[in-house]
Design a protein around this ligand. Structure first.
Ligand code: DGL
Length: 265
């Protein structure tokens, strides 16, 4: 890795508004940093895509960030962290933070035996959560379940409809048959559904990994002497399609005063 500029921005990417749940936590503890966010809304949902497709989308986005001169890229997406991180991790001259791998150590310290994971089909089928948690604590049994409709509900701003509530309730009931002691929201879109989930189960049952992830990123940047020391911060938002829809769906988690720019590869 070449010498990185500590005052360069940090890139974030996801298939859409989900990644903003991570950006929000990072901004809360690193308010001096500059951020460039990319939402690949042309290809959402990532959870149904093949590894080849995910590799191609991620490569385009990482090249975009390379041109922007970032010091780090946050994979604010469980799916790409689970499916493509290992293939791309050594190919760029900046730091890359994958969500699942970065949080596994801290999650493995939970003093429980049965851990549920709600995530996309691709994340569940990769078994990334099981594999990463087992490296640190083989005593936790991970119970994965994918929730095929949840990302669409969030992206289409349908979090309050009776149909959405019914879908989330049914998926939760299925998971509860396995008696999980905690459930990880293993897709960055899912914290948008915490309001519905907590109508049917105690809020404390659910773990959003984003605060742990933000802490990990801050500690790593600090250890590498890469925390920004200037006061001229900025934020930019890009999407590959439907900028207005993105701005509307993001409202629950992030205030986008200037909206997002559309950018195609
Ligand atoms: N939010 C992403 C994740 O954490 C991707 C969801 C999707 O587009 O299917 O996995």
């Amino acid at each position: 890795m070449h010498t990185l500029n500590k005052n360069a921005p940090i890139g974030f990417f996801d298939s859409g508004v989900g990644g903003l749940t991570v950006l929000k936590q990072v901004k809360a503890i690193m308010p001096n940093e500059s951020f460039i966010f990319f939402g690949d809304t042309l290809h959402v949902p990532y959870g149904d895509k093949t590894k080849e497709e995910l590799l191609s989308y991620s490569t385009n986005i990482l090249k975009f960030f390379e041109e922007k001169g970032v010091k780090a890229v946050v994979m604010a997406c469980n799916t790409t962290s689970s499916v493509v991180y290992n293939d791309i991790k050594d190919k760029y001259g900046f730091k890359i933070y994958p969500l699942v791998q970065s949080c596994a150590k801290i999650l493995s310290r939970l003093n429980i035996n049965r851990l549920g994971v709600f995530a996309t089909k691709a994340t569940i089928e990769s078994h990334a959560y099981e594999k990463e948690i087992e490296k640190h604590n083989p005593n936790i049994k991970v119970i994965g379940q994918y929730c095929p409709q949840w990302v669409k509900i969030v992206e289409n701003n349908l979090t309050n409809t009776p149909e959405s509530i019914e879908i989330v309730k049914n998926d939760l009931e299925n998971m509860m048959k396995n008696n999980p002691e905690k459930i990880i929201l293993g897709c960055t879109h899912y914290p948008y559904l915490l309001g519905i989930l907590s109508k049917f189960a105690p809020k404390e049952l659910f773990i959003d990994p984003a605060p742990y992830f933000a802490e990990f990123i801050k500690n790593d940047l600090a250890a590498s002497n890469l925390l920004c020391d200037k006061n001229e911060r900025f934020e930019e938002f890009y999407v590959s399609a439907s900028a207005e829809k993105f701005a509307l769906a993001s409202k629950l988690f992030y205030d986008l005063p200037q909206g997002a720019k559309e950018y195609s590869f």
